[in-house]
Design a protein around this ligand. Structure first.
Ligand SMILES: O=C(O)CCC(=O)C(=O)O
Length: 303
């Protein structure tokens, strides 16, 4: 096995520049943002921005509060397994395994260290109809009001909880997204949709990994197998998204997300309508796979 095709946070942590930001993603207080400014400076040109001060009423969201609000809810938890990130992504047999448990049980795994050991991650858990909404909802409403972002009619807000050090591999989504840090910080690497070819998405024929995911590990790049990755890395933006901050990621922007070492991190993301719809032209691959997903949903509802 080539070590250049695996990812080890311990190795990456030794790099002196790991926590340095690069690529200039602006930070704007939510109180200085207006829908007009957001539209012209960020949404229409599809440029990421970090919004500050929007989460003040709800940070830090501690684990006891989370358990008291939503601990009873049974959810599917992602289990990546102890050795997954020591293997090339091309050898993964699936994206991850899934196991059903309550959020309270997952938090026990966080507290006893097994969530970190086995790379267990509470990811993309829809929370719109739960008591968590009373705490987090007003912050997302403030973001919506001051940016003019329009919420997707069917998708509300998703919870992400995990141990420090967890890595969500490089991928892109088919909608605009915001990622809000309610506890702890994350290191986010971003690439514009223009870099798609240089990031080696999995081919559709791979069958095990979605085509919206990138094959190489960007922090331990193998330039022999992935020579064009060097060009992509020249355009990499790195943000240390601090507790209380929200990152706007326009449709099709590639993101790899690493939880910075701490006991646990808690984020909420939301997907927003791509507005105006012609912005999909800036991210044609995302538009294509979003359309395919919609057609599949339609086929399932008429079956
Ligand atoms: O925070 C994470 O681990 C992943 C979040 C993500 O992929 C997103 O917000 O689109």
């Amino acid at each position: 096995m080539s070590t250049s095709q695996s990812y080890s946070p311990e190795h990456a942590q030794n790099r002196a520049d790991r926590l340095n930001e690069r690529g200039e993603v602006p930070r704007v207080s939510i109180f200085d943002m207006t829908p007009q400014r957001f539209r012209h400076e960020f949404q229409l040109p599809s440029q990421p921005v970090v919004l500050t001060h929007a989460l003040e009423t709800a940070t830090p969201l501690n684990i006891e509060k989370l358990v008291s609000l939503v601990g009873e809810i049974e959810v599917l938890t992602r289990i990546y397994g102890e050795d997954r990130f020591s293997r090339p992504k091309t050898e993964w047999k699936s994206y991850c395994e899934m196991q059903s448990m309550t959020i309270a049980k997952y938090c026990e795994h966080l507290n006893d260290g097994s969530a970190k050991r086995d790379h267990m991650y509470l990811a993309l858990i829809e929370m719109g109809q739960t008591a968590l909404r009373t705490v987090v909802g007003p912050c997302l409403d403030l973001i919506a009001r001051n940016t003019g972002l329009r919420q997707h009619p069917k998708i509300d807000m998703n919870l992400w909880v995990g141990p420090g050090g967890h890595l969500e591999p490089l991928h892109y989504d088919g909608m605009d997204g915001t990622l809000s840090q309610f506890r702890g910080a994350k290191r986010v690497s971003l690439f514009s949709p223009k870099q798609t070819k240089n990031l080696y998405p999995f081919p559709v024929s791979h069958g095990k990994m979605p085509p919206t995911f990138s094959q190489p590990y960007i922090d331990q790049p193998d330039f022999v197998q992935y020579p064009k990755l060097a060009q992509a890395l020249e355009h990499r933006k790195v943000i240390i998204l601090a507790e209380g901050e929200t990152l706007y990621m326009p449709v099709g922007w590639w993101h790899e997300i690493e939880a910075i070492e701490t006991d646990y991190i808690c984020s909420i993301n939301r997907f927003w309508i791509v507005d105006p719809i012609w912005r999909y032209a800036q991210a044609p691959e995302a538009a294509f796979f979003q359309l395919v997903g919609k057609l599949r949903q339609l086929r399932n509802t008429v079956k």
